[in-house]
Design a protein around this ligand. Structure first.
Ligand code: ADP
Ligand code: 5GP
Length: 224
């Protein structure tokens, strides 16, 4: 069985962490790639769980010895995916789930063309702002910076296979699950799941071509 690679990207506050956690809980057979980063841990983050926290020197040494499948500088820090996760997933008979930014997604697609990519969008700038405030994790200054960054990152959506507009949480979680199930069955991995038609229909509704008209007002709300 071939290991599938699923890439998920989103501007901060779009609901990526919430949706990825739910996907991992509800759908067996996915290995989450724990990235390496030079940024400092935040809040409750633990080394080896959310990220492997390393120094700049250690990161640069990993780059030199070609240990990374992709890497990028994001908001002034290095982030990268270790190659060994691909072997780990394959050995465990799982698919690999990458939570990476637009630059990393581009590199992975170049190396693994049949990787499946999903971009999560908030329904509008106003809702993104509301969610960032209600998450109560960031200072006013950080929230403003995240909103500015989101306005830039959002334009990367075009290179992705699927666009998931995160409106109602339950519906978004179902659609994300459907994308993975449908892509698995399309590749002949893990047999045809029950409800394959539903998965195909839901996944199809997130295809880039299908959501174009919904994306236009979202980009407009960010001033695009
Ligand atoms: P990210 O990982 O993209 O930065 P989070 O998963 O932390 O985003 O979500 C940001 C905030 O929005 C959290 O407080 C989360 O509970 C909330 N949230 C996520 N998805 C939805 C949704 N569909 N509807 C309402 N609130 C949501
Ligand atoms: P944060 O510091 O908020 O956890 O993440 C900042 C950004 O870095 C997010 O867009 C996240 O998807 C991205 N990111 C996390 N890990 C990686 C990685 O291994 N490679 C790349 N290219 N981006 C990553």
């Amino acid at each position: 069985m071939q290991t599938g690679v699923f890439i998920i990207s989103a501007p901060s506050g779009s609901g990526k962490t919430t949706l990825v956690e739910r996907l991992l809980r509800e759908l067996p057979g996915l290995l989450f790639s724990v990235s390496y980063t030079t940024r400092a841990p935040r809040g409750q983050e633990q080394n080896g769980r959310e990220y492997c926290f390393i120094t700049r020197e250690e990161f640069e040494s990993m780059v030199r010895s070609d240990e990374l499948l992709e890497w990028a500088m994001v908001f002034g820090n290095y982030y990268g995916t270790a190659r060994h996760f691909l072997d780990d997933a394959s050995r465990q008979g799982k698919d690999l789930l990458l939570d990476i930014d637009v630059q990393g997604a581009k590199q992975v697609k170049e190396k693994i063309p049949d990787a499946v990519s999903v971009f999560i969008l908030p329904p509008s700038r106003e809702i993104l702002e509301w969610r960032l405030r209600h998450r109560s994790q960031d200072s006013e200054e950080v929230i403003r910076k995240r909103l500015l960054d989101a306005g830039r990152e959002i334009y990367g959506y075009d290179q992705y296979d699927y666009i998931l507009i995160n409106d109602q949480l339950d519906s978004s979680a179902e659609r994300l699950k459907a994308i993975v199930q449908y892509e698995r069955s399309r590749r002949g991995n893990r047999g045809a799941p029950e409800g394959e038609d539903t998965a195909r229909r839901l996944a199809d509704s997130c295809r880039k071509e299908r959501v174009q008209t919904q994306v236009v007002p979202i980009l407009a709300s960010f001033g695009g």
